[in-house]
Design a protein around this ligand. Sequence first.
Ligand SMILES: Cc1cc2nc3c(=O)[nH]c(=O)nc-3n(C[C@H](O)[C@H](O)[C@H](O)COP(=O)(O)OP(=O)(O)OC[C@H]3O[C@@H](n4cnc5c(N)ncnc54)[C@H](O)[C@@H]3O)c2cc1C
Length: 399
Amino acid sequence: MRSYPRVLIAGGGIGGLTAALALLRMGCEVELCEQAAELREVGAGIQLAANGTRVLYALGVGEELRALSCEAEGKEIRIWNSGETWKLFDLGKLSIERYGYPYFTVYRPDLLSVLERAVRREKRGAIHLGARCTGFHQTDEKVTLRLETGATLEGEVLVGADGVHSGVRQGLFGADKPQFTGIVAWRGIVPMDRLPRHMVRMVGTNWVGPGGHVVHYPLRAGAVMNFVGALERSDWQVESWSARGSTAELAADFAGWHDDVHALIRNIPQPFKWALMVRPPMPAWTKGRVTLLGDACHSMVPFLAQGAVMAIEDGLVLARALALPDGDVPLKLLKYESARRERTRRTVEGSADNIARFHNRALADPQKARDYVAREWAGQSVASRYEWLFRYDAVTAPL
Ligand SMILES: Cc1cc2nc3c(=O)[nH]c(=O)nc-3n(C[C@H](O)[C@H](O)[C@H](O)COP(=O)(O)OP(=O)(O)OC[C@H]3O[C@@H](n4cnc5c(N)ncnc54)[C@H](O)[C@@H]3O)c2cc1C
């Protein structure tokens, strides 16, 4: 009989929970340690393209998530001041026809609770809450994970799914040096019934302007609209999800933008702001029995809406690699890493490329703006930026 390794996971975010679910379904023994006392995500939205929902369906949670999600009919692009609108691409049925799976927009706490329930169904005691990891030690045979409480856990594999400030990454490779992008991003949730009627639509919208952009899309069966606004300014450099800002400051950042943008801004009960940092793609992220996934090894600016989707793909590919019949644990982890490195590098770089695209100075001039949008968001250009992302199949990708 084939034996599957016992896997320790540090971090219970979207990536860690997906990995836990995939590993348990493959037959691995899993212990997941999350520092928070309860599994929670910030109350914000997330877009899950077909390459992510494909994995979630393969793991048996697609329909449960669908019941809590919105399936946007499509996406459109709008010019920051005139409001002129272009279709970016159709979604809804078209996502299923083209890629086999839907495009969901989801309230993050809903996604986390679906994953948590599914993990507990596989193994009730797999998730340890209030379990902050403080270090690890590995030998040729095993890895030992230390918790803040003084307790230790032993396994044959350790996965650092502990996010952008990953302690496991620092344990493997030392401290990193993130660079500030010069962009501050705002987020908020708008009750849909506070918006003018013409804005109450099941469509994702991307406003582009010189030095900034705004994205909004519906969540929770259309009960709320998720807002993200990014702006070039250098006076705020805190990389945190939970720093509060004020409506007045947010409105001032988007002075001169279309009334629809301001209708969103003035109806956000509490806006939050954070500084966007970038880290260069890592040339390697595995040592022996310890590896990384998700933001711990390939954080990116959120301008392709693929960070969490990459973590979801990682989780499944990692589980497939560890279930391979041949090879020892370090070799299987290297197979996982090499299956993921190039794709995630391209995604990190593609996301960064969108800074210049979304914030282009050509957008300041009305005529240049129309030409620029027509060119940059022409069917062929859009296809070359997104098709390779959406078509990837983590279930069958070669290892
Ligand atoms: C504004 C914004 C919008 C975005 N929109 C999208 C989108 O539309 N689509 C998309 O795919 N991606 C999006 N992303 C990216 C996405 O949010 C991240 O890529 C994703 O959350 C990464 O998941 P993760 O599990 O790797 O890390 P995290 O979600 O950061 O989870 C890490 C977990 O580890 C825990 N942890 C940390 N340290 C320890 C420790 N020492 N011990 C135990 N536990 C620990 C944390 O508490 C946390 O629960 C967006 C990001 C931003 C900032």
